[in-house]
Ligand binder design. Structure first.
Ligand SMILES: Nc1ncnc2c1ncn2[C@@H]1O[C@H](COP(=O)(O)OP(=O)(O)OP(=O)(O)O)[C@@H](O)[C@H]1O
Ligand SMILES: [Mg+2]
Length: 480
């Protein structure tokens, strides 16, 4: 493969060639390393001594430096290493040294060099080390990028809402994020409990640590226990090697016990003890392991009632429930529905590569009036489906699932709809039922609980057609 073609010579994040600085006082050696690196396709710069190395480094963007430890009259390689790492802590460095000075090479590692190689070296060995170092650098960068992206994704602003209920949630979140308190997040399924937990973690001092969720309802007791506390090899059949438990793996970060109410009682006792002592015993070990984690929990059960029923340990409830955040069901914060619906619509648009989509007034009204037993998650899925199925940029109520359209026929409680007359609603309801049964008047009359003749009369009066009405959106009712 020619140097021009070597894909590994290019930095993936910028697409330019990696730039390597060779700091070596012996001209012949410098030339050998330079040619080796050029042969790999890297851009190569050279410096015979410390001073020039530093001035090159200040001027150019260098990904990796190969530094001879003993620069003769040209200075000390360790000093060069230290100064370039001060300028760019992410620069990779490989130290070249004679056997005699392996000790100082080890010192170089302590100062952040990636590795050292001893002279004389095999060409392939140097090439490999450089390759590995550049890979490590790229991984490190990607990792940092992903972390930043995660933090962006889960910051408070990613939680949509302006209702009083959600504003109240924001206020508590802001206060608790700065502390290390345990927080219990309650709410029906799909109300955003995990989203809130992540936002708390990523806004806290522990944001650089891990956020480890564990679903207490998803695993059988013994598995849950070994996941949490870890185990020693041979602790039980199938324990082929030591395993670090989640409590330890989340060290300096946050552990999120999802559906904590599902945790078996005996395990609750063990967890309580571990949280109190801040240490735990992996299965099959009598060496305690200490950990430093913040605990967030979520449940859709009423844990006080569970305590009364003897299904949840009171002491554990006290420990995890220093602060409670209650996420109200979506149907109790209808103000948030248009915001959320538009937010999810934008999100689908992006993934479909479309723009300019919107909801008709009727569709939005249907979304607002629906009961949303599955809360925000159900709304999100509904919007996604409607956007995918919609044939135009406007999502009409007939693009929404039937259950939503029919539910709007019930007299809406919203002030927004107060300007509807009963007749408006009756007309709309009849139209919807007719549409639903594809214009079959017998069936429609049955569903509506009226005589067929009454239905005919009303249809005439409201000028309704019995054709399988893919009809106008609900707002047409007003103008009729
Ligand atoms: N206020 C909100 N703003 C934006 N997205 C939200 C909001 N609330 C919930 N979501 C989204 O709704 C979905 C469900 O949220 P989440 O998984 O946090 O709910 P949950 O309460 O943990 O549900 P379950 O009890 O079923 O586990 C997720 O995709 C989440 O991103
Ligand atoms: Mg959840």
């Amino acid at each position: 493969m020619s140097p021009e073609q070597n894909a590994a010579a290019f930095a993936p994040e910028s697409g330019r060639r990696y730039r390597v600085l060779v700091v070596e006082d012996e001209p012949l050696m410098r030339q050998i390393i330079r040619d080796l690196m050029r042969g790999e396709g890297y851009d190569v710069l050279e410096a015979p001594g410390a001073e020039i190395a530093l001035s090159v480094f200040e001027r150019e963007q260098i990904d990796l430096a190969i530094i001879d430890l003993n620069l003769g009259g040209g200075g000390n390689g360790l000093e060069v290493l230290k100064r370039i790492r001060d300028l760019d802590p992410e620069v990779m460095a490989i130290i070249v040294t004679a056997y005699a000075s392996v000790e100082s090479a080890v010192q170089a590692l302590q100062q952040g060099a990636y590795d050292y190689i001893t002279k004389p070296f095999a060409n392939d060995h140097l090439k490999n080390q450089v390759h590995h170092a550049l890979n490590a650098k790229t991984l490190f960068r990607e990792n940092r990028f992903l972390r930043r992206e995660l933090r962006e994704k889960y910051r408070f602003e990613s939680i949509i809402g302006k209702s009083d209920a959600i504003e109240q949630v924001f206020r508590i979140m802001e206060k608790v994020a700065r502390t290390d308190s345990s927080v219990l997040i309650t709410g029906e399924s799909g109300t955003g409990k995990e989203l809130v937990a992540r936002a708390i973690h990523f806004s806290s001092e522990r944001a650089n640590g891990r956020f480890l969720p564990i679903n207490c309802g998803a695993l059988p007791e013994n598995l849950l226990e070994s996941e949490l506390f870890g185990y020693k090899r041979g602790a039980f059949t199938g324990a082929m090697q030591d395993k670090v438990g989640l409590l330890k793996a989340a060290d300096k970060g946050t552990i999120f016990f999802d559906e904590i109410g599902e945790m078996p009682l005996s395990l609750q006792v063990k967890l309580l003890r571990a949280l109190q002592e801040r240490e735990c015993y992996p299965l099959g070990s009598n060496e305690p392991i200490s950990f430093d984690v913040r605990v967030l929990c979520a449940t859709n059960r009423n844990l006080e009632a569970e305590v009364k029923a003897g299904r949840f340990r009171e002491e554990l409830l006290y420990r995890i429930n220093v602060i409670t955040i209650t996420l109200p069901p979506l149907r109790e914060r209808k103000d948030d529905i248009p915001l959320l619906a538009n937010h999810f619509l934008l999100k689908v648009e992006k993934s479909l590569g479309r723009t300019g989509m919107r909801f008709s007034k009727g569709a939005m009204r249907a979304l607002i009036n629906y009961q949303w037993r599955g809360n925000v998650r159900e709304l999100e899925n509904t919007v996604e489906r409607a956007a995918i199925l919609a044939e135009t940029d406007v999502i009409h109520s007939h693009d929404l699932p039937d259950k939503l359209r029919l539910s709007t026929a019930a007299p809406p409680a919203e002030a927004d709809d107060a300007n509807f007359t009963l007749e408006d609603l009756e007309r709309e309801h009849i139209r919807r039922v007719l549409a639903k049964v594809d214009g079959n008047k017998e069936r429609a009359a049955q569903i509506l609980g009226i005589h067929l003749s009454t239905l005919y009369r009303k249809m005439q009066r409201y000028r309704l057609e019995a054709a399988p009405a893919d009809g106008p959106p609900a707002e047409a009712a007003k103008s009729a």
